[in-house]
Design a protein around this ligand. Structure first.
Ligand code: FES
Length: 81
């Protein structure tokens, strides 16, 4: 089955130290109904962390780049899209 969301979790150094490490647990904590809609992959630096106002950690969900990502924020996004 085609997954609705492709989630790319940045595990580059900046994101990792600013909370990305925690996001790696996403797959384990997602509710079952969401779990079957997502494909989760890790990535090296998404090149989003270099700007002056960049707020890591970053996660990409399909074409949307989420800054300051957290598990509740990702779940909220998935629920509303
Ligand atoms: S380390 Fe995550 S965008 Fe660069």
């Amino acid at each position: 089955m085609e997954k609705k969301f492709k989630i790319t979790i940045c595990s580059g150094t900046t994101c990792y130290v600013l909370g990305g490490a925690h996001l790696m647990m996403l797959e384990d904590v997602l509710p079952d109904d969401l779990k079957e809609k997502v494909e989760i992959i890790g990535s090296t630096c998404l090149q989003a962390c270099h700007g002056e106002n960049a707020r890591a950690p970053f996660v990409r969900i399909n074409d949307y780049l989420m800054e300051n990502a957290s598990i509740p924020k990702i779940v909220e996004y998935l629920r509303t899209h």
